[in-house]
Design a protein around this ligand. Structure first.
Ligand SMILES: C[S@@+](CC[C@H](N)C(=O)[O-])C[C@H]1O[C@@H](n2cnc3c(N)ncnc32)[C@H](O)[C@@H]1O
Ligand code: SF4
Ligand code: SF4
Length: 300
């Protein structure tokens, strides 16, 4: 991270913690909900299958920037399906940097060739070893690993959503993150049980076991882009929700925290690690502040 960005985020963090401010700093633009996969745990693909036009997305980026957002994510659907004429996802990333976002990340299922060196991080979903991943995401594991190998930069961070199918494969993903070329780290979430995927939710005990496995792998040198100090809160779902410093925009609609804010009762079962990490940070939790500083400076 550039020194100027670090100073900006430190100032924002201090103001937010001291004065309880709610201005957002992290924003996500949904570029399309169209997807080439239909993963077992996912409730947000192909609802409209509309690919939003470039000018609309540029305006949404500017809107988020004007609201104070400086960490931008592009998400979907599948982001690498995004096109407008000759423009591709790469043009969106380049435009975001031009607008002034300090960190620009992309979330992808990794099934398309990866040539996006301009992104700070490419969060690439890998949901276990070959068997578990393919049970959730169809027969895609080998294609994804090949795309990682051939990627044009080392800015990939694996992204695993842990659920009942893949809860025993945390270690495999940690090892892949540690030992595979072009992968910088791995970041985890627990399954957030939307009404149609309730059966995949983890129990408290299962979440605790996963956190133990992650800790063990961190000790064994796995590069984990999460905060251990947030684990107890994630296991017990005792972190504050929603995250007021996070916003999502999809087809002009701005939501606080996530698109899922409209699903009744879901926030109390939220599995997204970023929500626990950011809400605890902005409540001034000292352990989280120190670990966040160390972790962000290491991986971004
Ligand atoms: C919705 S996908 C969009 C980007 C891209 N298609 C992908 O799969 O990475 C973003 C991330 O959300 C995760 N995800 C989807 N449904 C989830 C749920 N109910 N709980 C937790 N994570 C979920 C996916 O596994 C993926 O890592
Ligand atoms: S690839 Fe991503 S958007 Fe598509 S179905 Fe899977 S999790 Fe959902
Ligand atoms: S806290 Fe609520 S809105 Fe935020 S990600 Fe979790 S479920 Fe979605």
């Amino acid at each position: 991270m550039k020194a100027s960005s670090f100073i900006y985020f430190a100032g924002y963090g201090i103001r937010t913690i001291l004065f309880g401010k709610r201005e957002p700093v992290l924003g996500t633009v949904i570029v399309t909900d169209k997807c080439n996969l239909k993963c077992r745990h996912c409730s947000v693909n192909n609802i409209t299958a509309v690919v939003h036009p470039y000018l609309q997305i540029r305006n949404e980026m500017r809107q988020l920037y004007d609201m104070g957002v400086r960490i931008l994510f592009f998400c979907g659907g599948e982001t690498f399906l995004w096109r407008d004429g000759t423009r591709t996802l790469r043009d969106l990333v380049v435009e975001a940097k031009k607008i002034g976002f300090l960190i620009v990340n992309v979330v992808t299922n990794g099934t398309f060739p990866i040539d996006l060196p301009e992104a700070d991080l490419i969060l690439l979903s890998l949901d276990g070893d070959r068997d578990c991943h393919n049970a959730i995401r169809g027969d895609t594991y080998d294609t994804i690993m090949e795309n990682i190998k051939n990627a044009t930069a080392d800015n990939i961070c694996l992204y695993m959503a842990i659920n009942r199918i893949n809860k025993d494969a945390v270690q495999d993903v940690c090892i892949a993150a540690r030992d595979t070329k072009n992968i910088r780290a791995v970041s985890f979430n627990f399954h957030t049980p939307y009404p149609d995927t309730k059966d995949l939710a983890l129990s408290k005990e299962e979440k605790a076991n996963c956190c133990e496995a992650i800790k063990k792998m961190m000790k064994a040198g796995a590069p984990v882009f999460n905060l251990q100090s947030a684990f107890p809160y994630l296991i017990n779902n005792s972190f504050p929700t929603p995250c007021h410093q996070c916003v999502v925009i999809e087809n002009g609609k701005v939501s606080t925290c996530g698109r899922c804010i409209d699903v009744p009762g879901l926030c109390s079962k939220c599995g997204y690690f970023f929500v626990a990490e950011y809400t605890l940070l902005f409540r001034g939790n000292p352990k989280i502040i120190i670990e966040m500083l160390k972790t962000y400076l290491k991986y971004i």
